[in-house]
Design a protein around this ligand. Structure first.
Ligand SMILES: *[C@@H]1O[C@H](CO)[C@@H](O)[C@H](O)[C@H]1NC(C)=O
Length: 344
């Protein structure tokens, strides 16, 4: 029988990166890839299926335990990630989005526990801010991944020694979308980026998310003796606000030299702000993302090791899994982005 790797949310950023890493892995060349999506007939799904005969698209409703259990049948490896659904967040608020994602995560954890063929699950989770800060900073889009993590860590559920927990840092591409997009200030002839983080606070990034998440997941699967039961950091670099502004400015200079007049300035300034001001500017989206930055700002030792969850004895870094040269940095990814459209 063929080995099967199941990728949850296969059309999302993390899933797509994992699929491309698996396709180019010689060690996984005899694996079939089952790509799960809620929308199996969309254009992205059909073109993914057409791109390689090893890929099968499987329509899956993550809100249904039965659907997820069927999707996991005979799996050898599973990579699972869920999203804090923006539509639910906008229509019904953070608690509704958190509850929805918690249910999906628990369905994944419970379904995985019922799959005897499963050797290794990667659960893409985040820091349990509530327990680490004693309830001082609670980030709903982090907490929504924690009930699944708790289920998987509980030895009674049979998954504790079949799971690796991955904490992915911020994607370089976030600066292309609200609320991160640089804001043009005409009088200053500069773009500004602003976050509720002091100028010296180091923010964890995964670098080029399209490449690095897949490489990290692949190296986790390749080294089960090191990674099972452990938490792996999906942060490869830690940048301050001014360093991010400089990296964006460098990317804009490249665009400006290729397309003169396409953007209004190549200067980018970093302005630190408070959570209250960030919320005043961006509303509920500002509060939600701002809480994450407040956590990073106020608990720097935890954010810098992006993941010390207070439980694992150690947190493995991508470097400890042997990754370095092949990873692409934030600055390289920023150069690929379509700034002309993002800043239009
Ligand atoms: C799972 O494996 C069993 C036994 O080999 C087989 O009968 C069944 O069709 C497989 N199911 C899937 C979805 O691959």
């Amino acid at each position: 029988m063929n080995n099967i790797i199941v990728v949850v949310s296969a059309l999302g950023t993390q899933g797509a990166s994992v699929i491309s890493a698996c396709l180019s892995s010689p060690v996984l060349s005899n694996y079939k890839i089952r790509a799960l999506t809620s929308n199996p007939t969309c254009e992205a799904a059909t073109s993914l299926a057409a791109s390689n005969s090893r890929i099968t698209i499987h329509g899956t409703d993550l809100n249904s335990l039965k659907s997820v259990t069927q999707a996991f049948e005979n799996a050898t490896l599973i990579f699972a990630n869920t999203a804090f659904d923006p539509q639910t967040f906008i229509a019904s608020g953070p608690t509704a989005a958190q509850t929805r994602e918690e249910t999906q995560g628990l369905n994944i954890a419970r379904a995985a526990a019922q799959i005897p063929s499963l050797k290794h699950l990667i659960w893409s989770t985040l820091v349990d801010t509530d327990s680490i800060t004693d309830g001082k900073i609670v980030t709903p889009h982090f907490q929504s991944k924690i009930p699944a993590e708790k289920y998987l860590r509980n030895p009674e559920n049979g998954m504790a020694d079949r799971t690796t927990f991955l904490h992915v840092g911020l994607y370089a591409s976030v600066f292309q979308r609200m609320p991160y997009t640089p804001i043009f200030v005409k009088e200053a002839q500069k773009y500004i980026i602003t976050l509720p983080c002091a100028t010296q606070t180091k923010i964890p990034f995964v670098g080029d998310e399209t490449l690095n998440i897949g490489l990290i997941a692949h190296s986790i699967f390749m080294q089960p003796e090191k990674t099972l039961g452990q938490t792996v950091s999906g942060a490869i670099e830690y940048l301050t606000g001014p360093e991010i502004a400089l990296a964006i400015s460098n990317a804009l200079k490249k665009i400006a030299s290729q397309h003169p007049g396409a953007i209004q300035s190549t200067q980018v300034a970093y302005i630190d702000t408070t959570l209250e001001s960030y919320e005043a500017l961006w509303g509920s989206v500002g509060l939600e993302t701002g809480l994450m930055f407040k956590f990073i700002n106020d608990f720097p030792s935890i954010a810098e090791s992006y993941g010390s969850d207070g439980r694992s004895k150690s947190l493995l870094t991508p470097a400890e899994l042997g990754l370095k040269e092949e990873l692409r940095l934030l600055e390289q990814r920023l150069e690929d982005l379509d700034w002309k459209t993002a800043l239009a």
